[in-house]
Design a protein around this ligand. Structure first.
Ligand code: 1CP
Length: 356
């Protein structure tokens, strides 16, 4: 291992936080619930704050990051805040030229396609992330008893943006690189694993209470490809965080075929998208990892949130029932909140979860 994470010296003790109890495999007296992308365009108060601020600038302005992170906690009463940031922030902080284009997502100035491109990738120094650390410290002081989740993109998902140059449907250049030049591929993912460990290590040292590793696009891979080209690097990141003692959540989209393999990457909580019922997911995770509790996070379809309350309620109750097959469950969506979502529907899902 080339880099170890800093100790989580600023860590708060939140022994009763339902999210943290569930992450350890316990059933707290209240079902914990939060939403991926809970901070963002579904909230009018977010749109107002972000109006004249480019995304990356907002992520590097501690007071603004703090306020945006707190908005959904105040509004919905969720059981966790998730740091407002982006998976591209550590690359930006390292000096890689990129932009986050409204309506598109991350776009690279120069995609990475060769061994020399990989060698030229700058190393991320923790000091470059001081605005992120400052935001975490502000949040820990503001949040009271609500845990703060830090996060990062997994090496494969970061590589997909770097190699493709931006968002991609088929990830064809990424797959071409891994199959045609596996040495270059692994060198790239090795560097991205270091970068991810630095990003999460800074968040841990500043005081986050849990971390989520987003391998959003891992579902583009077959299980064989995932095990060979992605899993070892995600496993190194997750193992590198073990010393912090923070609960680790691991999530990807379209990963039904990969749930067993992802469960073996070493996280405490497996995030599940909306395609696989949680009772089926629990079986897959238990079969792959027979020792230790099965803790699942998910998996209400974000599109269902646009279907009106009766449909939302029925689907949320189904998800909660199916989640009882796991040892513990953190209610969430199967992917991020869609921008056109009525935020009141999110508040009602929180009330429903807490009424049980
Ligand atoms: O101008 C804007 O409002 C930009 C939209 C936006 C937002 C609100 C982007 C660009 N990123 C974010 C914030 C963000 N990104 C959060 C906020 C915290 C919260 O959940 O409340 C998180 C967790 C992320 C992480 C992220 N960024 C992921 C992993 C999670 C996921 O959704 O799968 C990924 C894949 C990205 C890349 C990215 N950044 C932004 C967009 C639109 C995208 C996706 C582009 C694509 O489809 O490839």
């Amino acid at each position: 291992m080339t880099k170890s994470t800093a100790p989580a010296t600023a860590r708060r003790l939140l022994p009763d936080a339902p999210l943290l109890l569930a992450a350890r495999g316990e059933r707290p007296n209240r079902l914990p619930v939060w939403f991926m992308r809970q901070a963002g365009r579904s909230l009018p108060e977010y749109r107002e704050l972000r109006a004249d601020q480019p995304m990356l600038q907002a992520c590097m302005t501690p007071e603004l990051t703090c306020e945006i992170t707190l908005q959904p906690v105040r509004r919905h009463g969720v059981d966790a805040a998730i740091l407002f940031s982006d998976i591209m922030v550590p690359l930006h902080a390292a000096g890689v030229e990129l932009d986050i284009v409204p309506g598109t997502g991350p776009v690279m100035e120069r995609p990475i396609r060769s061994a020399s491109d990989v060698m030229a990738l700058p190393v991320l120094e923790p000091e470059a992330l001081e605005p992120v650390a400052a935001a975490v410290r502000l949040l820990v002081a503001e949040l009271g008893r609500t845990p703060l989740i830090g996060f990062a993109g997994a090496p494969f998902t970061l590589a997909s943006y770097l190699v493709e140059g931006g968002p991609s449907r088929h990830h064809e250049r990424t797959k071409a690189l891994m199959h045609s030049a596996p040495d270059v591929w692994h060198a790239l993912l090795d560097r991205l694993a270091d970068l991810t460990l630095t990003f999460l290590g800074v968040q841990a040292a500043a005081g986050v209470d849990a971390v989520q590793l987003f391998d959003s696009w891992a579902g583009a891979l077959s299980e064989r490809e995932y095990r060979r080209f992605a899993l070892p690097h995600s496993a190194r990141v997750l193992a590198g965080l073990a010393g912090t003692g923070l609960p680790r959540i691991h999530f990807g989209v379209g990963t039904g075929e990969l749930l067993g393999a992802m469960a073996q990457a070493g996280a405490d909580v497996v995030g599940v998208d909306w395609r696989v019922p949680l009772d089926v997911a629990a079986q897959r995770v238990r079969a792959a990892r027979p020792h230790g509790p099965v803790v699942l996070q998910g998996n209400l379809d974000p599109a269902v949130l646009l279907a009106g309350w009766p449909a939302i309620e029925a689907q949320a109750r189904r998800v909660i029932d199916e989640g009882s097959a796991a040892d513990a469950h953190v209610l969430n969506l199967g992917h991020g909140v869609l921008p056109e979502t009525d935020p009141d529907m999110l508040t009602r899902v929180v009330e429903l979860a807490h009424s049980r």
